[in-house]
Design a protein around this ligand. Structure first.
Ligand SMILES: Cc1cc2nc3c(=O)[nH]c(=O)nc-3n(C[C@H](O)[C@H](O)[C@H](O)COP(=O)(O)OP(=O)(O)OC[C@H]3O[C@@H](n4cnc5c(N)ncnc54)[C@H](O)[C@@H]3O)c2cc1C
Length: 410
């Protein structure tokens, strides 16, 4: 990357990856920083990704997630040995309602899309230790190194405490006592290939729950709620798997234990710095809300930043008009002004041209897809504006970007 980036994204997890691709799609030059030495290969957290997220990834050049993911069709729920309900759903439209795919594989697909995107540079081994900002931009401190951009998007995950503290953002909530044991196994389980099974209080895990998800390649994710102080041995794990699948042969691919948290950042924007993904909100994995909420955060932040950076927001990078002023006719970048920008976007020059340029490079739907998307954005704009209006923050919180939508993490 020769020029100074327009946006620095902190964190090359799936939310940061998605944000970088989406910003580039709007023609924005992005630098992604991550503290790790490189992409790890082991294990997986997220598995279940929902349609709107698959759609965002497809638009960003990562449609392979939906193609490779396993589109399961039936959800079964049991109480002890009794099936309480089952729910079967059909694919409507080009994308399934949801797919199961490992987060590891999703990140690989997003990496490949980033590698094909000249507007994005990723630098590993860059731990961000502090952030300072002034009227024209943000200085990102990586130890002694200093990097600068007009805007920063923090996608640094749950453990981004130092960054949140530097921004004065609190992260209050709860951490739950019970642990969960997750195992990814490869096994032949006829009849289970397209079903998600949720067991409450089964005899083989009394008083607690077990969740089983089919994944691509004949693999299954089994997730047991276990006691807070239980440290499962290899023998315990083998016994637990046997209780679920019987005597069938299986291969244990990966296992881990975790505790879950419910936490929410006090703010999702501080001046020129926005937060997205797990660093802004943490929820229980049940319901698959984590990454499925983080990616829409990234999309929301990306178009708003792009509109400000490209001058389509009306006020340029100079300022956010307070909500009160907008009500009084002053307009605001993320809402009303976006409507004015959208006709330009759809008729060439502005957003459409930028989205088309980047969409063409990113592959996937290419220029036509980007054009359709620009039109779709145009069609949805009034709803977005209504939905976002109560979430805007006064300009005293900072200048230059509109507030990011705070999606309900429940
Ligand atoms: C067991 C389990 C199952 C889950 N299942 C699902 C599911 O089915 N569906 C779903 O939607 N979600 C699920 N989730 C949640 C999902 O895994 C997370 O929401 C997702 O990883 C969040 O992505 P992220 O990019 O925000 O953060 P992360 O994946 O944590 O990435 C953050 C990145 O920031 C980097 N970083 C951190 N600090 C710094 C720093 N100071 N400087 C530079 N880089 C930094 C890290 O190295 C990392 O690469 C699950 C989670 C768990 C634990």
């Amino acid at each position: 990357m020769s020029a100074e980036p327009q946006v620095i994204v902190i964190g090359a997890g799936p939310v940061g990856q998605s944000a970088a691709l989406l910003l580039a799609r709007w023609g924005v030059q992005v630098l992604v920083l991550d503290q790790r030495p490189g992409r790890g290969s082991g294990g997986s957290k997220s598995i279940c990704q929902q349609r709107d997220v698959l759609d965002i990834w497809a638009a960003a050049g990562a449609g392979q997630v939906a193609e490779e993911g396993l589109a399961w069709t039936t959800a079964r729920t049991y109480y002890r040995d009794r099936e309480l309900l089952s729910w079967t759903f059909e694919r409507e439209g080009p994308l399934p309602p949801c797919v199961n795919i490992s987060q590891t594989r999703t990140e690989q697909i997003l990496d490949a899309a980033i590698a094909a995107q000249p507007l994005v540079e990723v630098r590993w081994e860059h731990e961000v230790t502090d952030l300072t900002q002034d009227d024209s931009g943000v200085t990102v401190h990586c130890g002694q190194r200093r990097l600068r951009a007009p805007y920063v998007l923090v996608c640094a995950g749950a453990r981004a405490q130092a960054i949140r503290a530097a921004l004065g953002v609190t992260f209050t909530g709860e951490t739950y006592d019970d642990q969960f044991l997750i195992c990814d196994i490869k096994a032949d389980l006829p009849g289970w290939e397209n079903e998600r099974r949720f067991y409450f209080d089964p005899v083989w895990n009394p008083g607690r729950q077990v969740l089983i998800h089919p994944c691509p390649g004949g693999t299954y994710r089994i997730d047991w709620q276990i006691a807070p102080d239980f440290i499962p041995s290899d023998a315990d794990i083998a016994r637990k798997i046997r209780q679920v699948i019987g005597d069938r042969p299986y291969e244990l691919l990966w296992h881990s234990t975790y505790r879950f948290h419910a936490r929410l950042a006090s703010r999702m924007r501080v001046g020129r710095v926005l937060l997205a993904g797990d660093c802004a909100h943490l929820v229980a994995p049940f319901g698959a809300r984590g990454l499925n909420s983080g990616v829409p955060d990234a999309e929301n932040a990306a178009w708003k930043l792009a509109f400000v950076l490209n001058g389509w927001a009306g006020g340029g990078a100079a300022g956010v008009v307070p909500r009160g002023a907008a009500r009084g006719g002053g307009g605001e970048p993320g809402g009303d002004r976006r409507h004015h920008a959208l006709p330009r976007a759809a008729h060439g020059g502005g957003a459409h041209a930028a989205a088309g340029r980047a969409g063409g490079r990113a592959g996937g739907r290419g220029r036509l897809g980007a054009f359709r998307r620009a039109l779709l954005v145009r069609r949805l704009a009034p709803d977005h504006a209504r939905a976002l209006a109560p979430l805007r923050r006064p300009s005293t919180e900072g200048r230059g970007v509109p507030a990011v939508t705070r999606r309900d993490p429940a």
